[in-house]
Design a protein around this ligand. Structure first.
Ligand code: SAH
Length: 355
């Protein structure tokens, strides 16, 4: 059985899209042994080798045959941007679907590489995004399609080739809860076969309450972050259009249930938009909403996106917001973006390339 089914028949199915049984069958078709398939998968996922020529555990005739017949990955790296701090953004294009399927994957090295800590990888889950937050570049042209399981895994394989990973954030292009079946299967592979621990992966969502409630019993292999962005209902209806009419209290209460069921504390994300949601009053009201909840707030000063109409907050308003939360006993951190000059804002490189 192939995991993958939606690609057009002309697209060669890559090794990463075959489950172990399908891979064994394909290897037999190619005149190889079923156990060779197991070796090849391990070489890719455990050791990060993406060229059969380097799979010395396989007989050399097999390596040649495989190189000619069975691609390992399906994507193409269209572009690589490396920032001054070595943050690297990959623009990857996948075949299949109605429109070009390009996504971004970002490899962010630990600040202090001497500490021996590896990098954080930010992965995408959809091509485009149907949520359409007006400040975010990812949803500009709506949703093109969901990423397949192997396309999500491929981002990890490509990312790890840039340097060892110690953490990952599912915070790239797309809304992971709207492609949850594939995201969940991909994170299983990342956990079981690539060895990235479940507490090292953070999934970020706008927080559809019903979906959140369904996934908590699924023993999720990730930490949860919910993009809140404002304590005010009317404003959230505008900033997160797909959540229009869903009461903020409902989102928070689904978050409470998540914490009760999983024991994993939630991080609330808050993009600070100059003059929109960065006032001291917003901070006060946010603190009231989160009072008595065990959680952390990540404040993300807006990364400018072309023609969005939103602006970057001043350092003063960021500090004031942070300070107000802290004074109310809320744990909060400010996340200044890394690698700003390489189109740091999510989805920005992708839309520029399509322009
Ligand atoms: N759809 C998911 C994950 C993708 S984005 C979600 O909304 O959570 C991850 C975070 O980056 C979200 O909090 C999102 O609102 C934020 N973000 C998007 N564009 C941004 C920008 N230009 N500047 C700062 N943060 C941004």
């Amino acid at each position: 059985m192939e995991i993958e089914s939606s690609l057009p028949p002309s697209t060669p199915t890559p090794l990463l899209a075959l489950d172990p049984a399908a891979a064994a069958a394909r290897f037999v078709e190619l005149g190889l042994k079923p156990f060779h398939a197991k070796i090849a998968r391990k070489e890719v996922l455990e050791r990060g080798i993406t060229d059969y020529a380097q799979m010395t555990a396989l007989p050399s005739a097999a390596r040649e045959r495989l190189s000619a017949e069975l691609p390992i990955l399906s994507g193409t790296e269209l572009e690589r941007r490396v920032a001054f701090d070595r943050t690297t953004k990959l623009l990857i294009s996948f075949p299949g679907g109605p429109r070009p399927a390009t996504v971004e994957t970002v490899h962010i090295p630990a600040r202090d590489s001497a500490s021996g800590k590896g990098a954080t990888l930010c992965v995408s889950t959809q091509v485009g995004c149907p949520v359409a937050c007006p400040f975010c570049a990812s949803g500009r042209a709506g949703l093109v399609r969901n990423l397949e399981v192997h396309e999500i895994v491929e981002q990890y394989v490509r990312g790890r080739a840039l340097g060892a990973l110690s953490r990952s954030v599912v915070m790239g292009i797309g809304e992971p809860l709207l492609n949850y079946a594939n995201v969940s299967k991909a994170l299983d592979v990342v956990h079981d076969e690539m060895g990235l621990g479940s507490r090292k992966v953070t999934l970020s969502t706008v927080g559809f309450p019903e979906r959140l409630r369904r996934i908590a019993p699924d023993k999720p292999r990730f930490q949860l972050a919910i993009s809140l962005h404002t304590p005010d209902q009317e404003q959230r209806d505008v900033l997160v259009p797909a959540m229009k009419g869903v009461p903020i209290e409902e989102v928070l209460s689904a978050g409470d249930d998540w914490f009760a069921q999983t024991g994993r504390e939630i991080t609330y994300e808050y993009v600070l938009l100059a003059g929109e949601n960065d006032s001291a009053g917003h901070a006060e009201r946010l603190a009231q909403r989160l009072a008595r909840r065990r959680c952390t707030v990540n404040l993300i000063p807006f990364n400018p996106v072309d023609d969005s109409g939103f602006g970057r907050p001043t350092e003063f308003s960021v500090q004031r917001f942070h300070q107000t939360l802290v004074e109310h006993g809320i744990i909060a951190t400010v996340r200044w973006s890394r690698g700003l000059e390489s189109d740091a804002a999510c989805g920005q490189l992708r839309i520029r390339k399509q322009a």
